[in-house]
Design a binder for this molecule. Structure first.
Ligand SMILES: [Zn+2]
Length: 467
């Protein structure tokens, strides 16, 4: 049973422990301190507190590239990246709690909820003690690396920071993309000097200090992307590896489980297929991945196999995929929307078998065809959305059912009362076409992430009347 208490309560809590990860890409013997909060009293609570928010931030390098595509640089514009020195321990907590209160109030939460939320956040932030070498310490400033709430708090602080300076500064770069504490910007040196901009950034909070790196030879690395300015002042991309990269991964003869060994190669192949690489760079990277496979004891063929697997469009027919499907009636305009974890063809055959043997209680499609003597055939089967993540099936099925105007479904899907309903119905004048579709999809994913347990618990709620 998933009660709130079960979800938040840690039995047998332990004191967080400090450990360090060596920074091999930096000179000297520096170490990145991390506090492992796993099993600490507020561990589960802090995992459940973060709420979604919009800002300048991106979640990964693919999102980053998407934001930069089709950018035309003007004369005098340079590529620059900013970095906050030790962001987590530098975040001013009281200030950020005020931001959090503002954010919650803006989202129309009741005062009671806001106060409770702030109190719980304070509780998680205040438990900043840890153990090292049999001594106990307490961190007084900022948030700890390793606290589940830290990325959210740091992100909240940074997004407010950006919004404020964008409003207050006379000049703010037209492109400003952030990943946690790393910022990529297109900076117009004709309007503002980098030095003066940096000193303005650094004067806002004593604890928050920015450093910067300017493009070298028209190239600037950001995350694992190398951004390259071409002769036409457009941007191109390549995969970036630090100089310290040794191309060493888990070797094939290691006793790790197969999935873990494949994970690193899969990661490399994912980069290869998802970055918009030029043909030359694509081939170069493919060769490099094959070399990496060889160095680590794998066969080169396994790289090609992974590429094939990642590109299912070429190898798997549409009817062999899983996800949300639609079956329309040949003799009227009604449609059925359903979900399946197996191939949609298998599911289609099941509906047909129910019809054939008169099991109309088992399938709305069979019921419809039987009652009206209507026909349904394989040409009326369509994959609406390829969903491979099981947790997303219910949400996307409900979404597609609501979107379907003439449906033969007897109910409103597994999540009849979900906020996805007003999402689809909301007449948002600001969002049109692709942007609107994207925004609905994003909301569904956020919704699934945030409500998984509660969705499952309430999925049997009857549909509201009038639907
Ligand atoms: Zn029909």
């Amino acid at each position: 049973m998933f009660t709130v208490q079960n979800r938040l309560h840690v039995s047998n809590p332990i004191v967080p422990r400090l450990y360090g990860l060596p920074k091999i890409h930096k000179p000297g013997k520096s170490v990145r301190p991390i506090v492992s909060a796993i099993g600490s009293p507020t561990y589960l609570l802090s995992k459940n507190l973060p709420i979604a928010q919009s800002s300048f931030s991106v979640k990964n390098s693919n999102e980053f590239i998407k934001k930069l595509n089709n950018i035309q640089l003007q004369d005098g514009e340079i590529l620059i990246s900013f970095d906050v020195c030790s962001l987590f321990p530098s975040v001013p907590i009281p200030q950020t709690l005020d931001y959090l209160r503002n954010l919650l109030e803006l989202n129309n939460f009741s005062q009671e909820v806001v106060n409770e939320y702030i109190n719980l956040t304070k509780l998680c932030m205040k438990q900043n003690c840890f153990q090292f070498n049999n001594s106990f310490f307490e961190q007084h400033e900022g948030t700890a690396m390793g606290n589940s709430l830290s990325p959210f708090i740091a992100n909240l602080f940074m997004s407010r920071f950006e919004t404020d300076i964008k409003e207050e500064f006379e000049y703010f770069p037209r492109i400003w993309i952030r990943y946690v504490d790393d910022i990529f910007a297109v900076f117009d040196t004709k309007v503002e000097s980098v030095d003066s901009f940096i000193s303005k950034l650094n004067s806002r909070f004593t604890s928050v200090n920015f450093t910067y790196e300017i493009e070298n030879n028209g190239q600037l690395p950001f995350l694992d992307v190398l951004v390259i300015k071409n002769n036409q002042n457009n941007l191109e991309f390549d995969i970036y590896r630090k100089d310290t990269s040794t191309l060493r991964y888990i070797p094939n003869d290691s006793h790790h489980c197969y999935q873990h060994k494949m994970a690193s190669l899969n990661f490399l192949v994912h980069g290869l297929l998802s970055f918009p690489l030029s043909k030359e760079r694509f081939e170069k990277e493919r060769k490099l991945i094959k070399d990496i496979a060889k160095i680590n004891g794998y066969s080169e063929n396994c790289v090609d196999r992974l590429i094939m697997k990642r590109n299912p469009k070429d190898t798997i027919g549409v009817n062999d995929r899983s996800g949300i499907y639609e079956m329309s009636c040949k003799d009227c305009n009604l449609k059925y929307v359903g979900q399946t974890r197996r191939s949609i063809l298998t599911r289609f055959k099941e509906h047909m078998a129910h019809l054939k043997y008169g099991r109309t209680d088992k399938s709305s499609v069979a019921q419809h065809a039987f009652d009206n003597n209507h026909r349904i055939d394989i040409n009326n089967l369509k994959l609406i959305r390829n969903v491979t993540n099981n947790r997303q099936l219910d949400a996307f099925e409900s979404l597609e059912i609501v979107k379907c105007k003439n449906r033969m479904n007897s109910d409103n899907g597994p999540i009849p009362n979900s906020p996805l309903y007003w999402l689809v119905r909301r007449d948002d004048a600001n969002l049109v076409g692709e942007t609107r579709v994207e925004s609905v999809e994003k909301s569904v994913l956020v919704f699934v992430e945030e409500n998984y347990f509660s969705v499952r618990a309430t999925s049997k709620v009857p549909a509201p009347t009038g639907q």
